[in-house]
Write a protein that binds this ligand. Structure first.
Ligand SMILES: Cc1cc2nc3c(=O)[nH]c(=O)nc-3n(C[C@H](O)[C@H](O)[C@H](O)COP(=O)(O)OP(=O)(O)OC[C@H]3O[C@@H](n4cnc5c(N)ncnc54)[C@H](O)[C@@H]3O)c2cc1C
Length: 261
């Protein structure tokens, strides 16, 4: 495994020197040939990927574990809900990879381009090859904003926002803070979505902010859920219903957002 000297940027990126960072693009390491062998290759350096790496390393510190993913910043996606609800500031929901990835794990700073299962290998951007004994695939879900007509061009302005994006969550809190009366429409799209609780957390946190400011009585809270139940795990439903009642929210099931005009 080739190693990049990161000592001069350690402070900036909070990278532990015990992590091997291989920036395949920058170094040109292994161009057109074999970049490395790993006992375990993990595609995706999100919460899933780094948790798998940490778990494996804690069980067997001799394992050669390589996590594959290009970005330096890992976003705390559940934290975005709290940003939208005014509990966290946005910066606290973004962390450097180096501060999170386990010691001794190799981080291959590159995107995956292809799988080559017949050779127990994956191909990174730039045709670099990583061979593995075991492969974990943790690429997460990719949001398809374009699926809702008019949404992409309206997000972040004219009172339209989402807590499913780092840049938009602060705008959600701004809207909640500024709202004193009128109708608040909160939507939950059909599965698969990143978090079944996120749309509702927006409703409860906004409702609470309006309740505490004494303006809730002038706000018509409408929750439009594409599904048919408040929450898929029925044991949680009675407790959630108490908050729906407290914030006087109208629940609308089988209502899917298809366009923003
Ligand atoms: C607003 C919100 C609130 C949430 N609240 C909660 C909560 O309260 N509780 C909870 O348990 N969960 C919550 N979640 C869900 C939780 O954040 C996700 O389940 C979790 O982040 C999934 O982790 P992951 O690693 O599978 O995917 P991700 O975090 O999406 O990471 C996948 C990574 O793979 C990378 N990748 C994709 N393709 C490639 C490729 N070709 N090459 C290299 N890398 C690639 C991506 O860039 C990304 O870095 C919430 C999510 C959101 C959006």
């Amino acid at each position: 495994m080739r190693q990049v000297d990161i000592s001069n940027i350690t402070d900036q990126l909070s990278v532990s020197p015990q992590i091997t960072v291989v920036d395949a693009e920058a170094t040109g390491a292994g161009s057109g040939g074999e970049l490395c062998d790993a006992d375990v290759a993990i595609v995706g350096r999100g919460a899933g990927g780094i948790a798998v790496a940490a778990s494996l390393k804690s069980r067997d510190s001799d394992l050669d574990v390589a996590v594959i993913g290009p970005a330096d910043i890992l976003y705390d996606q559940p934290g975005w809900t709290m940003v939208g609800g005014g509990i966290f500031d946005a910066q606290s929901a973004a962390r450097t990879m180096g501060s999170l990835i386990s010691k001794g794990v190799h981080w291959l700073k590159s995107a995956l381009a292809a799988f080559e299962p017949e050779n127990d290998a994956v191909i990174l951007d730039g045709c670099r090859v990583v061979k593995y004994r075991r492969l974990f695939v943790c690429p997460g879900l990719k949001l398809d904003w374009g699926k809702v007509k008019g949404l992409e061009e309206t997000l972040g302005r004219k009172g339209v926002t989402s807590n499913c994006h780092y840049d938009l969550a602060p705008y959600m809190w701004k809207l909640v803070r500024q709202m004193r009366k009128g109708r608040a429409l909160l939507t939950q799209l059909p599965m698969p979505i990143k978090c079944a609780g996120a749309p509702q957390k927006a409703m409860y946190l906004s409702g609470d902010a309006w309740f505490c400011r004494g303006v809730l009585k002038d706000i018509d809270v409408q929750f439009m859920n594409a599904g048919c139940v408040l929450f898929g795990v029925k044991d949680y439903v009675p407790a959630l219903e108490r908050y729906v009642e407290k914030y006087d929210a109208a629940l609308n099931f089988f209502h899917n957002l298809i366009a923003v005009d």
